[in-house]
Ligand binder design. Structure first.
Ligand SMILES: [Zn+2]
Length: 218
C-alpha cells in the first residue's frame, strides 16, 4: 500500500498500484475500505491515527469489502448513504449485472444513514449522487474545494488501469444516465482537488468540466 498526503489533512491510501483502489483519511474520518483483503493493511497503516468515523461512498465490494474488519478494529462506527444502507448491511450490492452480484462482502452495521447536506467531519458535507449505485454519496468541502467523488468519475480505465477520466463501467452501474447527471453536478462545483475511488487525484477543474460536458444525457 502506498500512503500519499494529498493535502494538509487528506491522506490517500492507495491500495493497488496507480491508485487502482483508494481509501482516504480526511481529518479523523476514514472514507471507504477497499476489498476484504485490504483490511489488515488499512488497519496497520492507520496505527497511531485517530479515526472517529468510517464513511462509505457506496455499497460496492471494492469500497465496503474491508469495512467490517476495519471499523471493528478501529472502533469507528460506519456511516453511508441512506439509499445504500440496506445493501451495506446485507453484504451485497444492488447489482447492475449478474457478474456484479457475485461481489459481496461481510455484512456491516450502519450506525447512521447519510443524506444531502449532512456533515461528516473535517468540514465535509454529503452530496447525494445517485446513479452508480442507488445511494451513492460524494463528500464536498467548500473551503478548499476538495471533492471525494467515489465512483461518479474514475481517473483511470477500470479494466486496463490506463490513467484518464472515465465513467464507471456500465456492468457495475445501476443507472448510467443518472450517474451522468451526478457527474455534471459535481463538475459544476469546480473542485480544486478531486479524490477518486479509482485513479490518482486531479487538480484541474477545467479538465473535469470538459469531460462532464462531453457526456450525453443518456
Ligand atoms: Zn463502485
Amino acid at each position: 500500500m502506498h500512503l500519499t498526503r494529498a493535502s494538509d489533512d487528506v491522506l490517500q491510501l492507495a491500495l493497488l498500484p496507480r491508485g487502482g483502489i483508494n481509501a482516504y483519511l480526511v481529518g479523523e474520518v476514514l472514507v471507504d475500505a477497499g476489498l476484504g483483503l485490504h483490511a489488515r493493511r488499512i488497519i496497520k497503516a492507520l496505527a497511531g491515527q485517530t479515526v472517529v468515523t468510517h464513511v462509505l461512498t457506496h455499497a460496492h465490494g471494492d469500497h465496503v469489502g474491508g469495512a467490517k474488519q476495519v471499523s471493528d478494529a478501529l472502533g469507528a462506527p460506519v456511516w453511508c448513504g441512506a439509499g445504500d444502507a440496506e445493501a451495506v448491511r446485507a453484504g451485497k450490492p444492488v447489482a447492475a449485472s449478474r457478474v456484479q452480484s457475485l461481489f459481496g462482502w461481510k455484512p456491516v452495521d450502519v450506525a447512521r444513514e447519510l443524506r444531502e447536506g449532512d456533515e461528516v467531519g473535517a468540514g465535509f458535507t454529503v452530496l447525494d449522487t445517485p446513479g452508480h449505485s442507488p445511494g451513492h454519496i460524494a463528500l464536498w468541502r467548500e473551503r478548499d474545494r476538495t471533492l471525494i467523488c467515489g465512483d461518479v468519475f474514475l481517473n483511470l480505465n477500470f479494466y486496463t488501469t490506463i490513467p484518464g477520466l472515465n465513467e464507471p463501467p456500465r456492468a457495475f452501474t445501476v443507472d448510467p444516465a443518472r450517474n451522468r447527471e451526478s457527474a455534471r453536478r459535481l463538475s459544476e462545483l469546480e473542485p480544486q482537488l478531486v479524490l477518486f475511488g479509482h485513479g490518482k487525484p486531479l487538480r484541474d477543474p477545467a479538465k473535469l468540466a470538459v469531460f462532464a460536458r462531453s457526456l450525453s444525457p443518456n
